[in-house]
Design a protein around this ligand. Structure first.
Ligand SMILES: [Zn+2]
Ligand SMILES: [Zn+2]
Length: 422
């Protein structure tokens, strides 16, 4: 059974408790822009469900049915304990490759963009994990792990990893020796030279100790969270796709065929022209690092937050639990992702009035389409939402001081209209 969906309300409650605790002890680890971005990425993980990508399960059940060496007894405690431990070993290998090789890093990097570290970082999951992840777990089905046991131990493993994403829990004594903890996972999320590419474990830290990838958190070296080549945006689409785009660029532009073929499997940080196995990464200057935190007005923050709440409600009620047709689900998904994109453009400090107006037009069109299909309640909801947005939009900051930048997309649209007039 997949327990993750059941755990989501507890995750959100824990986030709230951590936020309040941070305020009380005057060590708040949350920023609204970063948290919204993380939660968006958490909800994107559900997109593969909507798109119906069951490829991994098709491969796994094929292996389970035709190639399993033997069949484990699901009623035996040994099966469950063995499966839990062996799954974690394969998780370690998968996670380590997810950092060390470009094509796997492309998918996993989304979890590491945050330059803050709190429980919302745990929910920041990749939206493209379904592409490649399945390859790593084929051996588990080949040794006869039943799919229901796999699903259960995989979801318990993921749920365990939630609580370690916090700065409020110190080192935990003997527990640090065997298990993944907030302290040793803080190291995993850090860019410091001492910490980078360390502590890949999911539940047990013993794999890192055995395979030489363990590093203890040091008081003398405070963690600096995030990734080395920061993308400086809260846009979840770019966060999910930028390394794939780097790989495609390398395949296109590399001078030799060897480099083109090697690029996806190269070590993270490799570039065409460098010897195979090497990377370009230099040392990291913790003092020179500054977080991506553009200044935006309170009203824009409020607008972004309201949009975020609406998207969350919409996603929860209509995408996950609703009875939309497949076409309606895909259309809703496009609308939700476009809305996420627009909100993060506001959070990045862009004034995107043209994009925002196009988005509201799309919402209205979706409302009319639903009305034609007899979905009166849904269409009224969308009309009401678009109307409220239109009421607020004119009051968002227009002065240079409050909204200095236009989005590159608004810029492109304006440039095109000037050219057309000319
Ligand atoms: Zn990682
Ligand atoms: Zn993590």
């Amino acid at each position: 059974m997949d327990y993750v969906a059941l755990a989501v309300p507890f995750f959100l409650l824990a986030l709230f408790v951590e936020l309040i605790y941070g305020w009380v002890v005057k060590n708040n680890t949350y920023r609204i822009n970063d948290t919204i971005s993380s939660l968006f990425m958490g909800s994107l993980r559900g997109t593969s469900k909507v798109l119906g990508i069951g490829f991994a399960w098709a491969v796994w059940s094929f292996v389970e049915t035709h190639f399993a060496l033997w069949s484990m007894d699901t009623s035996s405690v040994f099966t469950w304990v063995f499966s839990f431990v062996i799954y974690d070993l394969f998780y370690y290998l998968f996670h380590r490759y997810s950092h060390e090789r470009q094509i796997f890093w492309a998918s996993h990097v989304a979890h590491h963009h945050s330059e803050e570290y709190n429980l919302s970082t745990a929910l920041r999951q990749t939206g493209t994990g379904f592409f490649i992840k399945w390859v790593f777990y084929i051996p588990l089905f080949a040794i006869g792990m039943p799919s229901e046991v796999f699903l259960s131990v995989a979801s318990i493993n993921l749920i365990y990893q939630f609580w370690v994403h916090t700065q409020h829990i110190p080192k935990l004594g003997w527990y640090e020796l065997f298990f993944v903890t907030p302290s040793n996972h803080r190291v995993h999320h850090s860019q410091n030279d001492l910490y980078i590419d360390r502590n890949y474990g999911g539940v047990f830290i013993i794999w890192d100790r055995i395979f030489g990838t363990f590093q203890e958190e040091q008081d003398s070296e405070p963690c600096v969270y995030g990734i080395r080549s920061s993308i400086n945006t809260f846009n979840p689409i770019k966060a999910n796709l930028h390394i794939y785009s780097k790989i495609l660029g390398e395949i296109k532009n590399a001078k030799s065929w060897k480099d083109k073929l090697y690029s996806p499997f190269a070590r993270t940080g490799w570039e065409p022209g460098l010897p195979f196995g090497s990377t370009k990464t230099g040392s990291f200057d913790t003092q020179a690092f500054s977080k991506h935190d553009p200044e935006i007005s309170i009203s824009t923050k409020f607008y972004a937050f309201i949009q975020f709440l609406m998207v969350t409600v919409f996603a929860l009620f209509f995408l996950d639990g609703g009875d939309l047709t497949y076409e309606q689900s895909v259309a809703a998904l496009v609308l939700v992702i476009f809305t996420m994109f627009c909100i993060t453009q506001w959070l990045d400090g862009f004034r995107i009035l043209i994009l925002e107006a196009s988005r509201l037009l799309l919402v209205l069109s979706a409302g009319f389409l639903l009305l034609q299909q007899g979905e009166e309640f849904l269409s009224n909801l969308l009309f009401g939402y678009a109307f409220l947005n239109l009421l607020v939009l004119p009051f968002l900051p227009r002065s240079e001081k409050d909204g200095p930048k236009s989005s590159e997309f608004d810029g492109i649209i304006q440039e095109a209209s000037i050219k057309n007039k000319g």
